[in-house]
Design a protein around this ligand. Structure first.
Ligand code: 13P
Length: 304
């Protein structure tokens, strides 16, 4: 039976040891299989997440959880998998907690800070009673809205939300969901450092697609432990699918090139390849390496 990890230990270890674990958005069955395959083949822990829009598209939060768990079983997935609600509102966060997601993000950034905090606290209480991890958002992640990104997260808000008990904190630091616009100013490392110095929890970089590798690595060195990726895989899927059609493979009747299982394959494989490359950027260690280190630590303890 598939077991979902809440990721708390995984992300704490990532923050402590300056690497990150990817949080990859699923959009359908193919996405789910592609993500789990890349995780298993690299032997790395993975967080798979669903936005409210993608969950609606797939038929609801329960079906998403069923698909993830049943796919883990059918593919014999043996690496830790965290299932997270991405940018949940109050109702969807409560629904996913009741369904047994192992992690939820409550995104109250559009609310006045007091209300965001009060609702975050309610979600934390409900989630922690069930061993579920909680991510909150402060500041604002940009939405293709200009070269400056969204609203910068404040250090005060970071302290307040961490004191309230959030397990991971998403911060607006100039990052933007979707494709980065021409002239984007880059991540605000000064603010990231101030926040990382003020709070010990794993920090989350939303809008991880399209940020240059050196900026991603610098952000991780400063305290980013979870990097969210969606657009990157959509572009990988789109590019490979486009090539399939441009080569007229869909018209190859003799080889049943029109069969959806064939049409969707290049895009699905491109997601797995893109994810493996991203795992390299993030420095996510394989669980085998982690176990070796743990064994090493234990043996040195025994020697003392
Ligand atoms: P991108 O689509 O820009 O990768 O952002 C994903 C994300 O942050 C999901 O919360």
């Amino acid at each position: 039976m598939a077991y979902l990890d809440n990721g708390n230990q995984i992300f704490k270890d990532a923050r402590k040891n300056h690497y990150a674990v990817g949080a990859y958005n699923t959009n359908n069955l193919e996405w789910t299989r592609a993500i789990l395959r890349a995780a298993e083949e690299t032997r790395t822990p993975v967080l798979i997440q669903v936005s409210t829009g993608a969950a609606k598209y797939m038929g609801g939060y329960k079906i998403v959880k069923d698909i993830v768990e049943d796919t883990m079983d059918s593919m014999n997935i043996s690496v830790p998998v965290v299932l997270n609600l991405d940018h949940g509102d109050f109702e969807s966060a409560k629904e996913c907690i009741a369904l047994g997601y192992s992690s939820v993000m409550f995104d109250g950034h559009a609310l006045p800070t007091d209300e965001n905090l009060a609702k975050t606290k309610e979600i934390i209480k409900l989630a922690h009673e069930r061993g579920i991890s909680v991510e909150a958002e402060i500041g604002k992640i940009g939405e293709n809205q200009g070269a400056d990104g969204g609203e910068l997260a404040s250090v005060e808000d970071a302290k307040t939300f961490v004191a309230a008990g959030v397990d991971k904190l998403a911060c607006g630091i100039g990052n933007i969901h979707g494709v980065y616009p021409e002239g984007w100013k880059g991540l605000n490392f000064d603010r990231l450092k101030e926040i990382a110095d003020a709070v010990p929890v794993p920090l989350v970089l939303h809008g991880g697609s399209g940020i240059p590798e050196d900026q991603v690595k610098k952000a991780i060195s400063l305290g980013i432990s979870k990097v969210n990726i969606n657009t990157e895989f959509q572009l990988a899927f789109q590019g490979a699918t486009r090539k399939y059609f441009e080569a007229h493979k869909d018209e190859d009747k003799a080889n049943k090139g029109y069969d959806p299982r064939k049409l969707l394959l290049p895009g699905t494989e491109a997601i797995t390849d893109a994810m493996k490359e991203m795992i390299g950027w993030l420095g996510t260690p394989s669980i085998d390496e982690e176990l070796k280190n743990a064994a090493f630590d234990r043996s040195s303890l025994n020697e003392e």
